[in-house]
Design a protein around this ligand. Sequence first.
Ligand code: ADP
Ligand code: MG
Length: 697
Amino acid sequence: MMKNGNVAEIFGCKTFNLPTMKERLPKETYKSLLKTINDGTKLDPSVADVVANAMKDWAIENGCTHYTHWFQPMTGSTAEKHDSFITPTSDKTVIMEFSGKELVMGEPDASSFPSGGLRATFEARGYTAWDPTSFVFIKDNSLYIPTSFISYTGEVLDKKTPLLRSMEAINKEAKRVLKFFGKNPTRVVSYVGPEQEYFLVDKELRNKRKDLMLTGRTLFGAMPPKGQELDDHYFGQIKERVSKFMKEVDEELWKLGVFVKTKHNEVAPAQHEIAPIFSTTNIAADHNQLTMEILKKVADRHGLYCLLHEKPYEGINGSGKHNNWSIGTSDGELLFKPGKHPLENVQFLLFLAAVIKAVDKYADILRLSVATAGNDHRLGANEAPPAIVSVYLGDQLAQVVEELKTGKHEDSVAGEFLETGIDAIPILKKDTTDRNRTSPFAFTGNRFEFRMPGSSQSISGINIVLNTILADTLGECADMLEGCSDVKSKALEIAIDLFKKHDRVIFNGNGYSDEWVAEAERRGLSNLKTTPEAMPLFKSELSLALFERHGVFTRTETTTRTDIMMEEYDKKLNIEALTMLDMAKQEILPACLKYTKFVVDNIAAKKSIGIEAAKETELAKTLNTLTEDLMDKTEKLQTAVNNTPSVDDDPFVCGTFYVSTVIPAMDELRKTADTLETMVSKEYWPFPTYTDLLYLV
Ligand code: ADP
Ligand code: MG
């Protein structure tokens, strides 16, 4: 374990970062690579060999024997295939080699990754291409090279390539707008700080539950006597075992150059959060993947298991991933920063208006970017934002927008002060962006916090959408400003017009209330409750045209991606339904039968000596009725599963059937099983209960 205070020393020690590059590369090579990293310019091919060789030497000195291209296929996790550095020599020994070509390009067999039918199996080749903007790193004696993954014919098969493309789109369109304000930064970049929620559970207990092992969530389980009603876990003291785990996670991630900063207990028992300092979206996405991986790995070393599922426990808060998103220039200007006088900051108002329009116009696409089987349990449920997309601006900005729309000026709420009532404590300036925890898309000072994403999701998809929809509306603003003599007045006019046209999406009230659902409907906002409802809209004309226009996805790429995501939903549901059947038949039913027999035997024994055992007879009857009900519900679920249309024929028809028929049958079966759990002796119950899972961490 690291000594205190050594963070600066170990930070990034497992990455080939700028200081290491500077130290190990010839000056010209370093300069050329740095230009690619900072400005996104094309990499000079002649430098690749030099860089590869330096990387290899550094990797070997640090214990590496292999290298791997590391990529993010459509599965949402990462993939790797390791090759050693060895090259045979004429005297039958080996030397360690690594060429520029091997660094820049890889050729993994792509046939087993989801492609939505993009690749015919006879042409299964895929290519990985080095992304120099994200540092290579060392893990398990391998040199990891972050890469894009594309098919032989050039279609994207991964999540990184389109993310990089969407960053290009933002760069292009934001720069067009900034030009009118007399600014010409080299680049405009999008940033993300993802807050990652997760649950910890004792590893041995987890291994006793098939549902947790196969689906990542509990499919059965009665509520424990104590839930989260006391609110005693949120920001509470961190238990020693958990604290040790967290320290090791921090350390591992720091070594990998991840800027982890914040950790705390979350609302639910055994729920926690980890958050880094924000970085460029592309790097943040790589780092978030690493964070999820390290959480799992380190947990294992501590006898724990990390649950990243959106809803591991019914009736208990789920886990999300808050995507704090902003854009900024290479000169360090954050473009969502209102400044002291937002009302007069026309450039800010225009960017704000472009965001509002983007969210309103493309609300359905934002919604579907977070649609997964896991997240369907969260969105619209009590503790998560509803499935309705709206924007929260906070009092100050809401007032600014209102004044601009109506032309009426009121005393600003800006700069209110908070009286603590204690002299020794300084008066704090009240945060005028006061966060509304119930909003799916909240302005928080210099960024927007998109709160709908699920905890297990890759953040790439979400940010592809955010970047592209904003690039789109910024592009429209730039078009309107083109050839205009008084840019400032025109920009203000455009902003006001957009505020007026899109104000239906602005909502500053309680997003969890029923009134809002009704109000949103009146405003004509969509409320897409499930993945099968939301997902088809990804291949709507609005969406196809959007991504095509900005070079993020071709029409084919959008269409195939839609199918892949829908299939993933269907397959997950299928696994869940089968796991439930398995547990019901092989574990729950036998336990209920055994326990009933125990009660019945007991009654018989008592009766043999003349004891009436009336209460036990009641119990035996109830157990019997419920067990029959369990068998009945199991059969019904089995029938539903048998009748499910094939995912291969049409994943959308299949998904809709899950929602209409299979999920209700699963819910029914669960209800009966959970009631039985509360009646059957713990000694007979086949797996750990919610109390065990949530409190024995
Ligand atoms: P909270 O839980 O109060 O919302 P946290 O401190 O847990 O806040 O997380 C906030 C996240 O937002 C951090 O990752 C932080 O680095 C990030 N963040 C701060 N400023 C920006 C910005 N301009 N753009 C993107 N992310 C930002
Ligand atoms: Mg937080």
